[in-house]
Ligand binder design. Sequence first.
Ligand code: TXA
Ligand code: MG
Length: 362
Amino acid sequence: MSRMPRVTRVIPVDPRQPDPAALRDAADALVAGRLVVLPTETVYGLGAHALDETAVAAIFAAKGRPFTDPLIVHLASANELAGVAVDVPAAAQAFAARFWPGPLTLILPKHARVPDRVTASRPTVAVRVPAHPVAAAVLRLAGVPVAAPSANRFSRPSPTTAAHVLADLDGDVDLVIDAGATDIGVESTIVDCTVSPPVVRRAGGVSLEALREIVPAIVAADATVDATTAQIAPGQLLRHYAPQARMTVYDGDASALIARVVREVRGLVAAGARVGVLAPDEMLTALAPALAGGASHGRVSVASLGPGAAPEAAARVLFARLRELDATGVDVIVAAGPARDGLGAAVWDRLRRAAEGRIVPA
Ligand code: TXA
Ligand code: MG
């Protein structure tokens, strides 16, 4: 599809004290049907007026996203829920009361006024109230629901900085509000509340443990989803969040894992490949002597996921590290992940997709 070339305006703001004029510009642009990239607490979102079908269609064009993949509708507050969803079940109300504003998206029966374009003609709508002060303020000022996918080109890692956004979408959106790096770093948790008990469709910024405190019967996301059954949550294609380099994730006990990663990296270097290693700090420290000097010298780039026991640290940097490794020109990425509890579930899900399912026992 051809598009009018345009200039993308970038407005830097301080997230704690955003310039009211910048917020007003963003809100006005949204109401006028323009594409505006906003920071949220999870990742940057590519926003458009959710009730304006032309504006919504422009999101898909800018991202190169298939129309079959529905969008999340963002609201300024839970009080606006009745404008986009109907028959909200008690479980959804309880989740909203506990986690909104925040990194939780609820799938609910849709209100007739939500365009089919937003929901890919599904009878359901995905809704979230973001906590980021800039997103919240713009939504309040705009006074309309805002459809927003992550502001990356389709299948690329989601953007956690304005630089990531511009790398993918410069010239394809009207305005980018730059409030620095996002806090959580992985997308919202998606919970389908149209079934009972509710089902997690995408692990994300709210942990399963936290959701269980509200609804103990909640069903976890199916980690076995593969390329052929990947439409359980539409858009949850296996190849997603993918770096350009071919990535494999190794999993196992520390000592076996270290031995395996060293073996893989040496073999790849011997075969002439440039190799990226993406792993928690302890792992990189243990690998350092084996990868220093010799044949590996200059052919291996390392990227840290932070302390292995702190999956929330890995969540914050994961997408940036994938983009950084790609920028170093590596052919292959050898990866290991952090602890699986808390945000670890979301990190492992994104690692698995970035590796197109290649998680190999060490
Ligand atoms: O944190 C986030 O959720 C970010 C920020 C910008 O809010 N947004 C985000 O949007 O990750 P997106 O479009 O990249 O991912 C939304 C996911 C897609 O996999 C989509 O298929 C799914 O939500 N989705 C949207 N509407 C749905 C529906 N009615 N039923 C099932 N899945 C739905
Ligand atoms: Mg996305």
